[in-house]
Design a protein around this ligand. Structure first.
Ligand code: G3I
Length: 407
């Protein structure tokens, strides 16, 4: 289990699914479009029937020549390529993935990540964050971030910088330094300028759309829409957001500058706060180009396509683009055919909502394989959130992504 701070724990709690009922014996427990329970009462087992229907069969009635659930896990079948389809049929700029330095020693993983028909964009999961890039005041280290920036160049992929300022993974010299508001402003300017400028020289601006981007500000709000309290907001309220955006624009006038947040997929207090912030930034002439919707979602609990579209449109109506920046759709383990089928439908819902909104420029999954997902280390007993399994084989979720971009 990873060590987590109290503030991170609070954020994690916000992700946890509420306890949901279980289906009765003979009841439905999965299938495309099914929004009810995905597990069965004790004494029965959720058994895959077809893509549209799974049922709680009493234990003992399930054919046991082999382990039915285990043996019947459906796999992905699509031969279409996710980035190719995102661009050609989805009308998007890319389909991408996060990655991280430790897993790049896995050559099979790295080869697939480098296939730009699958992934047209990559985001470093950790190596451009503050603790990685300025671990001591004024001492900048770009080694790991450069590895990923260079990968994007070698592979002809867009690069998403992540991130300049976040309450988490912030070194203690910043958070506990006892600095004044003026000093913190200067520290934030200096950090953002140095990091964004370093990668401005290394980015590959592939096409006229020039869509390399930075998550300049990460997770500024609590789930109830109030301003998340940490060293910068405590001293400066939301003016730290302006400070970071202005510095980032000066450092790289070409990059799209984003504010990135989770639990803003559909309407709610947090989405409203994000809209109010972006409106006020636009009104003040502060550089802001996009809202990043992280999209850490739960199988069977994804908002409807209509609700997603309405919220995406409310964001783009402010005059900014949006991107789905960290998509994954997790489940309570073990995987079952029903959960895989529901996850396939859930991926289609999110991707097709992005397709339906012109200002949604692309979709990034938060790594592509369950082998390297952050979920099991943080949400005990949960996982299998990504479209490629532990063996790097596609799951039905992949077919769901292709369907979302295609239909
Ligand atoms: O670098 C240390 C290493 O020295 C140490 O040996 C090791 C032991 O656990 O920990 C390493 O740090 C870990 C770090 O990832 C780098 O691997 C941290 O423990 C671990 O907590 C950290 O997790 C990252 C997490 O952000 C931190 O909150 C995940 O990999 C990363 O995927 C995740 O990404 C965030 C986005 O940035 C923002 N949105 C949510 C998303 C998921 O939490």
């Amino acid at each position: 289990m990873l060590a987590i701070s109290a503030s991170l724990a609070a954020a994690i709690l916000a992700f946890l699914p509420s306890a949901s009922a279980q289906s009765a014996v003979w009841g439905q427990c999965g299938g495309q479009g099914w929004t009810g329970p995905l597990t069965c009462v004790a004494g029965s087992t959720c058994t895959f029937s077809n893509t549209f229907y799974s049922q709680c069969l009493p234990d003992g009635t399930v054919t046991t020549t082999t382990s039915v659930v285990g043996a019947a896990l459906p796999t992905g079948t699509s031969t279409a390529k996710s980035n190719t389809v995102a661009k050609s049929l989805g009308g998007k700029l890319y389909f991408g993935s996060a990655t991280d330095n430790p897993e790049l020693t896995d050559t099979t993983y790295k080869a697939k990540l480098g296939d730009n028909t699958l992934f047209g964009q990559i985001t470093p999961g950790n190596s451009m964050k503050w603790d990685a890039t300025e671990p001591q005041q004024g001492v900048f280290t770009f080694t790991n971030g450069d590895v990923i920036a260079n990968l994007s160049k070698t592979n002809g992929q867009l690069l998403r910088g992540h991130n300049c300022v976040w309450y988490n993974q912030l070194p203690s010299w910043v958070s506990s330094g006892g600095f004044s508001a003026a000093q913190l402003t200067s520290i934030l300017q200096n950090h953002t300028m140095n990091v964004v400028k370093h990668y401005a020289g290394q980015e590959l601006h592939i096409d006229a759309a020039d869509e390399d981007a930075w998550d300049v500000v990460n997770e500024p709000f609590n789930d109830d829409g109030t301003v998340r309290q940490f060293v910068f907001s405590e001293a400066l309220n939301l003016s730290y957001v302006t400070t970071a955006l202005v510095a980032a624009r000066a450092a790289d006038p070409k990059a799209k500058l984003y504010i990135n947040e989770y639990n803003i997929d559909s309407a709610g207090a947090k989405s409203t706060s994000m809209m109010n912030l972006v409106s006020s930034l636009k009104a003040a002439g502060t550089p802001i180009d996009g809202i990043g919707i992280q999209g850490h979602l739960i199988v069977g609990q994804v908002p409807s396509k209509a609700a997603l579209i309405a919220n995406y449109q409310a964001f783009t109506a402010l005059g900014v683009e949006i991107a789905i920046t960290e998509l994954d759709i997790r489940m309570t383990l073990p995987e079952t055919p029903a959960l895989r089928a529901q996850q396939q439908a859930d991926y289609t819902t999110v991707i097709s909502a992005c397709k339906a909104v012109a200002g949604c420029v692309g979709v990034t999954i938060w790594d592509y394989t369950d082998k390297y997902s952050w979920i099991p280390g943080v949400f005990s007993g949960q996982g299998a959130a990504l479209p490629w399994d532990d063996n790097l084989a596609i799951k039905p979720a992949y077919d769901g992504i292709i369907a979302g971009f295609t239909n």
